[in-house]
Design a protein around this ligand. Structure first.
Ligand code: FEO
Ligand code: CA
Ligand code: CA
Ligand code: CA
Length: 651
């Protein structure tokens, strides 16, 4: 979700260091530092970057074209997708299209009257993180994507007049993950291949296995699952990573909105994880496992990174608990020189943390009749989880979440490693991780061992008794967000790093200094999606909420959008603008660099997050108004973008 919920994302009350622990002079210097100065500083202490020359070399790579070769486009408030001259955009697989399960492909009904059973084999709502998995070449593959949450006002014919068991089932079926087959034949447009043997939906009721130290743990056992080894469903899946062994990693983000804690009293654990009295979605009344007064441990079974093998339609997806429990935005994989996996992730919640996990074992090759995904079925179950601390001098440390070390002892409430990962927030509080401004997506440069992370915003920074600014999160009432980057000192498994800001988002025309930013190029706010392409271009997608877009400090910024950053110069240029009240997300390039898939999430989102079914197109009629189609309910959709001449995207 985009919204910086006033009551919902401020549960970290630990006393970890903030900017008040550094000097006033340092604080001023940090706040005043320009992008250029920070960039120079970064590269001065960046011998790996200079030695590898990776970002510098991109501009002159033969056949790769200029780093940013397109004409930037204007900010827009139009209800359409705009792309630069010379590019075209095509809509693919909007919400409700049948995914292509053989023999079960119900048509989308534009009045919201599809049943829950229909929805369970149709594209979910609110498309989000996504990756392309080639089958043969760059023009045929699988698209795997998350459906983060739903607008119940659009999902049901009469919206949310009442909740019913059928509506809960339909809501659950429109969450989760879709796997679909897509192709582009003979230079034609992209299309879904239906039926497809790979077509699959994973929803809020699909069985998931548990792997890692929380599997079978007492805190994971429920009445329906006394062994604590199988969980029904995944939901609020936000961003996604693609592993080198061919699987899909999806983050379970704002899981707490689905549970009802009633009148309590709440345990300290429930409070720290933000359990509310009531659920935002009306599931607890009709699916009792979401009533935390009856089934308190079900709450612990969400907030994990889940791993899916899209190439094996019969495989059971797995929740990987070794990477810790969090309001996970997503998970992104790097590889050490000796072949171990390092998975970076963050928790998109105010004042929560950035993590990395280093696998114990090396990534196994395919062989002995196993695909590489199958050969690595337990890779992410063993390793060390770390939380990041960003120090004021530009260095940082990775602090291990290992039971029995430091404060993570039985006496302090961590009985074993399972309890450490289930209570990763409390463990990170105890270790002194840095409380961040809502970490969203990450992008990794394997050549320079740099990692970029969007910190989307944090309107509560420095407000009331909330934590004040610190070096990494330098603005009070941070409405605009920033992109932080760090470089490991050595290999990806290093415990030390150097960090700086790539950019503070904002509009220099704003009155408030904290909302001006230092963008060199086209302005934006609330960075969320990130992708680093093979040419060294960092693609940035934005997610300002519909309640704040195009007014106040956002009045010049336009609808949510996508921009490209030339990391050599720091220039940021606007590439795409989305329809009214959408979020732009889900960034994936085909391996030839010639098709860019993005997702338009919740066009026409109501400022209240729930549309009125009597006037569903009050804010937006997209995609029907731009690409045709029936009905007037706006639909989240994938958009395939190509150059008219078939050239490399961005050149
Ligand atoms: Fe689902 Fe943090 O955006
Ligand atoms: Ca959104
Ligand atoms: Ca967001
Ligand atoms: Ca996001």
């Amino acid at each position: 979700m985009a919204k910086d919920f006033d009551l919902m994302e401020d549960s970290n009350r630990s006393a970890n260091p903030d900017i008040h622990s550094i000097s006033a002079l340092e604080r001023r210097q940090l706040l005043q530092a320009s992008l250029g100065a920070l960039a120079q500083q970064f590269f001065r202490w960046s011998p790996v970057a200079l030695a590898a020359g990776a970002t510098v070399a991109c501009a002159s790579m033969p056949g790769k074209g200029p780093v940013l070769g397109f004409d930037g486009i204007s900010a827009s408030t139009a209800d359409r997708v705009n792309v630069p001259d010379g590019y075209n955009a095509q809509i693919l697989e909007p919400w409700g299209e049948a995914v292509g399960v053989p023999g079960n492909m119900p048509a989308w009904l534009p009045d919201g009257s599809n049943t829950a059973a229909d929805q369970a084999v149709q594209m979910g709502m609110h498309h989000d993180g996504m990756h392309f998995y080639p089958l043969d070449g760059a023009d045929h593959g699988l698209l795997v994507m998350n459906h983060e949450y739903v607008d119940d006002g659009l999902l049901h014919t009469d919206g949310l007049k009442t909740w019913s068991a059928e509506k809960v089932r339909k809501s659950q079926a429109s969450h989760g993950i879709s796997i679909i087959e897509v192709e582009r034949q003979n230079g034609q447009a992209w299309r879904m291949v239906r039926p497809s043997k790979w077509a699959r939906r994973l929803t809020a009721t699909t069985p998931f296995a548990l792997g890692g130290p929380a599997a079978g743990h007492a805190m994971m056992r429920t009445a329906d699952d006394p062994q604590g080894t199988t969980v029904l469903g995944t939901f609020n899946n936000c961003a996604a990573g693609k592993t080198p062994w061919g699987t899909y990693l999806s983050g379970e983000e704002n899981f707490r909105f689905y549970f009802a804690g009633g009148n309590g009293p709440f345990t300290e654990h429930q409070k720290r994880w933000g359990l509310n009295k009531g659920a935002f979605f009306g599931w607890p009344a009709h699916d009792k496992r979401f009533d935390s007064t009856l089934h308190p441990n079900e709450f612990n079974r969400f907030g994990w990174v889940v791993e899916v093998d899209p190439m094996d339609p019969t495989s059971t997806p797995i929740k990987r608990t070794a990477m810790g429990r969090a309001a996970h935005e997503g998970a992104w994989v790097a590889v050490t020189q000796d072949g171990r996996a390092v998975v970076y992730s963050g928790e998109d919640a105010r004042f929560e943390y950035i993590y990395k996990f280093v696998s114990r074992d090396k990534i196994a090759p395919a062989g002995n009749g196993l695909t590489q995904a199958q050969a690595n079925r337990t890779l992410l179950d063993n390793g060390v989880l770390y939380v990041a601390r960003f120090d004021a001098d530009g260095t940082g440390r990775w602090l291990p979440l290992v039971h029995g070390t430091g404060p993570l002892t039985t006496a302090n409430g961590f009985a074993d490693q399972g309890e450490v990962v289930i209570k990763a927030r409390q463990a990170s509080d105890a270790l002194g991780g840095t409380k961040m401004d809502r970490p969203e997506w990450m992008a990794i440069n394997p050549a320079t061992r740099e990692v970029f992370c969007t910190l989307t915003n944090n309107s509560a920074r420095g407000v009331g008794d909330n934590p004040g600014v610190d070096a990494a999160n330098p603005r009070t009432k941070n409405a605009m967000g920033q992109i932080i980057r760090w470089q490991e000192t050595g290999d990806f498994d290093a415990i030390a790093m150097r960090w700086s800001h790539l950019v503070l988002a904002g509009d220099p025309a704003n009155d408030r200094s904290e909302a001006k930013g230092n963008v060199k190029g086209d302005i934006f706010g609330c960075p969320d999606g990130l992708m680093l392409d093979d040419r060294g271009v960092l693609w940035i997608q934005t997610d300002a909420h519909s309640s704040e877009m195009n007014k106040g400090e956002f009045k010049n910024i336009g609808n949510n959008q996508m921009l490209a950053c030339d990391l050599n110069t720091g220039e940021i240029r606007r590439f795409l603008t989305g329809p009214v009240n959408c979020e732009i997300t889900g960034c994936s390039l085909t391996p030839d660099g010639r098709t860019l898939f993005i997702n338009v999430q919740h066009p026409g989102e109501s400022p209240s997050d729930r549309s009125d079914p009597a006037q569903p197109n009050k804010f937006s009629s997209w995609p029907q108004n731009q690409f045709g189609g029936v009905g007037n309910r706006p639909r989240s959709s994938t958009v395939a973008i190509r150059r008219n001449d078939g050239g490399l995207i961005g050149t």
